[in-house]
Design a binder for this molecule. Sequence first.
Ligand SMILES: [Zn+2]
Ligand SMILES: [Zn+2]
Length: 250
Amino acid sequence: MKIWADFHTHTRYSHGTGTIEQNVRVAIERGLCAIGISEHGPANIGLGPKLEDFYKMREEIERLRDIYIGIDILLGCEANIVSLDGELDIPDYVLANLDYAMVGLHPMVWPRSMEDGFSLLFKNTMSKVIASAKLKEKVMEQNTTALIKAIRSNNIKIVTHPGLHLPIDTAKLARAAMEHGTALEINAGHGYMTEEYVRIAKANGAKFAIGSDAHYPENVGDFKKALKIAKNAGLTKNDIINAARFVERV
Ligand SMILES: [Zn+2]
Ligand SMILES: [Zn+2]
């Protein structure tokens, strides 16, 4: 299966190590048709870029588009959820400047309010240390609801790494994602995703996106781990939004 685009890559604008141009060069070497630069929103504690950086990235990408004409260079984001209502840390006026938006739940994020912080940070952390099935269930429900609200109120192309660090109800999220035309990511970087997650999501109507989540330029377009999971879970190119539909030349 050939993946034609990597929508999930980071650079020095957050905690990646490379420049946008370095990511683009690796994408070209790997034969991709498109690459997305998808920085975290500003709420990530200690690593989020500033909102104005998205304008700098846009300028840089426009410059690179004139140089690297053989590849589509896109500006995306990996927005954070900062409230139980699914509010994003990237406002609409900045989202309007992007080519696409992704959203992901991350544990170390500045919340919108004390109450949101208590639920999103504190309860999630407690559910890992306290053996309470009730608390775990409550936390999973609240995480899932926040994500679903985010994809309902915004035009989200992909939910990144569902279930990483913060548990979610895969079936519920998959149904909402299908309704809103949002894909769920099979993340090649973190190495925690399972075939079971993919099978449940597919059974509930989800489409998938394969992403490298590269934080080093050399990892751009490296989809090996995700492709293995996709294949073992029985996905075909029609299940994956960035899998090539054309017949590959041998
Ligand atoms: Zn992430
Ligand atoms: Zn990421």
